[in-house]
Design a protein around this ligand. Structure first.
Ligand code: URA
Length: 447
């Protein structure tokens, strides 16, 4: 280690050479220890972004970040522990619905989630919009809870994958986020540190996702599954559409409210529940509670219809000190009244043709629901709920959406942004497919 010179791997990657695993390990260790400065690591990241990393290099980077901190051991907890990770989207509250469904069927779900950044939301912020809900449990409390009730949702602790935390923050400010091997190793280093046995990935594709094209989303899914398989973690990836916001709510509390409606069985035909049931089917199958993913989907629907899944959400909220009263009656949460209702413009005669997820995600940040930097405060009640989504009939003056914000001085600007995110047509648009493809170590399956 004494004669390690970080300039050597920077030059090698600049010249498109493949780096041996021990060089990647040395570089990550030295950066995490503070022995390599940000400017050198930035140069390396940009070289890796531009010239790529092959599968062996991506695996070595994952290992180096995974072993930079604590790797949890949940072997004392019975059952096959399964988690899900989404590559990030707008209105993506799937974890809040999915984790209780799966846990209610006897598959333990230990989930470590992140916060929203950029135009995408994060599960931790959503959970914290439930008054009192604690996401800062210690590792011992995390282990005890999954053992006790079969479900736990917390934030990444200081001890887990610290190299990824440091590298992700650097990538965020050096234009090096949207790289398939860098994203795959970042996600997998965190997930493999959780102590899970199996993982289901929701790889988002479209204008509201990091991967804008199907080609890139497929490559990311393949890399993620390859890394999971190499680490003896059964991994399946679903590729799902993120060109339109998922469900009818965007923003932290609005999304929790919608998740409760879903768990009450009130939104079973939505795009949101299609994605949720598909992921639940995979998790129940990998967790050994369903013979096939299809059987798992049917079981997941029954878990909602019977009320078992909603009861599991109550158990989770109670265990993490949240106010169960708002689960029983979401209208009791303060600040849940909209600041404005946006009506359809004169040209909206016919159908909603489109709703741009990226524009909606950016509007949600402007309303106060998201951060521009990790230090920003957010307004947990801010967001948007949609009365109309693509494919639905519309006439001028009908309500399109409700806006929740404390920034009422900018309400006219927000109305314009919201209307600009919509497109209208005289004829119904083509039906949208949300579930695109499925990838396992055996290859791709079409839906
Ligand atoms: N999510 C992550 O955890 N890491 C990335 O690099 C991108 C999305």
């Amino acid at each position: 280690m004494a004669d390690f010179n970080p300039v050597d791997p920077i030059i090698a990657k600049r010249d498109s050479e493949a780096l041996p695993p021990d060089t990647i390990q040395q570089l990550v260790d030295a950066y995490t220890a503070g022995d390599v400065p940000d400017y050198q690591m930035s140069a390396f990241l940009m070289a890796a972004f531009l010239n790529g990393l092959d599968d062996e290099e991506a695996a070595a980077l994952t290992d180096a970040m995974l072993h930079s901190g604590v790797v949890l051991d949940l072997s004392a907890t019975g059952g096959t522990k399964v988690d899900k990770h989404s590559t990030g989207g707008v209105g993506d509250k799937v974890s809040l619905i999915l984790a209780p469904i799966v846990a209610s069927q006897g598959v333990p779900v230990p989930m470590i989630s992140g916060r929203g950044l950029g135009h995408t939301g994060g599960t931790l912020d959503k959970l914290e919009s439930i008054p009192g809900f604690r996401t800062d449990l210690s590792i011992d409390a995390y282990k005890a809870q999954v053992d006790d009730i079969g479900i736990v949702l917390i934030g990444q602790t200081e001890e887990m994958a610290p190299a990824d935390r440091k590298l992700y923050a650097l990538r965020d400010v050096t234009g090096t986020v949207e790289s398939i091997p860098l994203i795959a190793s970042s996600i997998m280093s965190k997930k493999l540190a959780e102590g899970i046995d199996a993982l289901v990935l929701d790889v988002k594709c479209g204008r509201g996702a990091f991967m804008k094209t199907e080609e890139d989303a497929r490559a990311l899914a393949e890399t993620l599954v390859a890394i999971g398989t190499e680490h003896d973690t059964s991994t399946t990836a679903l590729m799902t559409d993120m060109s339109v916001p998922l469900g009818r709510a965007v923003g932290n509390w609005p999304e929790v409210d919608e998740s409760i409606q879903c768990l009450r069985g009130e939104m079973d035909d939505s795009d949101l529940m299609q994605v949720t049931y598909a992921l639940a089917g995979e998790m129940l199958h990998l967790g050994g509670e369903a013979d096939t993913p299809e059987a798992g989907r049917t079981q997941a629907r029954r878990a909602v219809a019977s009320g078992q899944a909603l009861e599991m959400l109550r158990t989770l909220v109670e265990a993490q000190d949240g106010d169960v009263g708002v689960v029983d009656d979401p209208s009791t949460r303060p600040d849940s009244e909209p600041a404005a209702t946006v009506e359809a413009p004169d040209e909206a005669t016919g159908y909603v043709a489109d709703l741009d997820a990226l524009a909606v995600g950016r509007l949600a940040v402007d309303l106060g629901a998201g951060r521009r930097t990790m230090e920003d405060d957010i307004d947990l009640a801010a967001g948007i709920t949609f009365e109309k989504k693509p494919g639905e009939a519309i006439a001028p003056g009908e309500p399109l959406a409700h806006l929740y914000t404390q920034r009422t001085d900018r309400i006219d600007d927000f109305r314009t942004q919201l209307i600009d995110a919509y497109a209208f047509s005289d004829t119904p648009p083509a039906e949208r497919t949300v579930l695109l493809d499925r990838y396992t170590p055996d290859g791709w399956d079409e839906w």
